[in-house]
Design a protein around this ligand. Structure first.
Ligand code: ACO
Length: 320
């Protein structure tokens, strides 16, 4: 027995930063950002906390699943970092919900949502859980170097959540990690102590070699999709939607061309949200669910890549 997705939710910060706003901060312009990435605007946390949007996404998913928070057996939150390093963001959400169950964060960079689904699957298989909340909540703006035009145009903040219940929706799931730091990393901030002096000039921001990640992404997404379909015994043509990590429209387009599939199967929302790391897929899924785009029996493939280098792919049948 594995799981089916029985509810979705998402929440976004209210503050919108458009490409034109960024062109006042760094040497960039709407035309470059749009043609190279497909992004027009992104949401940035300013008037609320990450916990606030994480809680809103959670409550929306619980409502959609017609589930009371007290029914949850487990909360897993994928995040690069919550509002506090400890307690975990999952525990802070739990406190807001006023319930008790195991709760923890995982950090697998952008494929974190798929990684969290895999952990959840193990709880269902071992019969330790009947209802699980998987939440992805990310505040990339905290790690963004707003003086670096190569990266600051790419990212945004947001939260997406799903409630999982017992079912046979999950058809296959596979995770990978290569162990490679240089192409994309965010250093940890370590202040001086009486015993250890750190270099005061240490960079605290996200650092990325964009072209290396681009090549890794196109290759990995294609490879993961083909592997997943083969393992699940499903023809690529029979997949109804490919929910790919929303990092760059050109990456999605390149993968789509390699897979020879129509654009209508590749929903995108990065135009309005940018890359919200592990939250991109659950936010996209919630948008599709709320817009009644999904029908029972639809086959969904989710695939994400990110720092590590990591990747994750899964195939799910939609339906409660
Ligand atoms: N505005 C204007 N010019 C820019 C900007 C900008 N914002 N950024 C870079 N440029 C310039 C560069 O300086 C360079 O100029 P030069 O030729 O004079 O040196 C030129 O544009 C081309 O730069 P490239 O880096 O070659 O541009 P590219 O077409 O590769 O696009 C991009 C860059 C968008 C970052 C692309 O490589 C990419 O999307 N990579 C993948 C990134 C990604 O997916 N990251 C997330 C993965 S994991 C996660 O989600 C955390």
């Amino acid at each position: 027995m594995s799981f089916s997705i029985i509810g979705t939710g998402s929440s976004l910060p209210s503050f919108i930063v458009k490409n034109e706003d960024l062109s006042k901060i760094v040497d960039t312009n709407d035309e470059w950002i749009t043609t190279r990435t497909g992004i027009k605007e992104r949401r940035i946390i300013r008037d609320e906390s990450l916990l606030d949007i994480a809680e809103k996404a959670t409550r929306a998913a619980l409502k959609d699943a017609n589930t009371d928070a007290s029914e949850l057996d487990l909360i897993i939150c994928s995040t690069l970092q919550g509002d506090t390093i400890s307690p975990s963001l999952a525990c802070l959400v739990l406190e807001r919900l006023g319930v008790e169950c195991p709760a923890f964060d995982i950090n697998a960079a952008c494929p974190g949502f798929v990684y969290a689904l895999d952990v959840a699957a193990a709880y269902f298989e071992s019969k330790k859980a009947k209802k699980v909340l998987v939440l992805s909540a990310e505040q990339l703006s905290k790690f963004t170097n707003w003086e670096d035009r190569k990266t600051c145009v790419l990212f945004g903040d947001g939260a997406g959540a799903v409630v999982l219940g017992e079912g046979d929706g999950l058809k296959m799931i596979n995770l990978k990690a290569k162990g490679q730091r240089e192409s994309l990393y965010i250093p940890a901030f370590s202040p001086d102590s009486p015993f250890v002096k750190t270099e005061s000039s240490q960079n605290q921001f996200l650092d990325m070699k964009g072209q290396e990640i681009y090549k890794f992404a196109v290759y990995t997404v294609t490879e993961d999709v083909l592997f997943a379909a083969q393992k699940a015994g499903i023809e690529i043509d029979d997949i109804d939607y490919f929910l790919l990590h929303q990092a760059n429209g050109r990456i999605i387009e390149a993968a789509r061309n390699r897979l020879n599939q129509p654009a209508s199967k590749f929903p995108m929302n990065l135009c309005n949200l940018g890359n919200t790391s592990s939250a991109t897929i659950p936010i996209l899924l919630d948008e599709m669910n709320q817009n009644n785009q999904l029908k029972d029996g639809d086959i969904l493939l989710m695939s994400a890549f990110g720092a590590g280098l990591t990747s994750g792919v899964c195939i799910l049948k939609w339906g409660k």
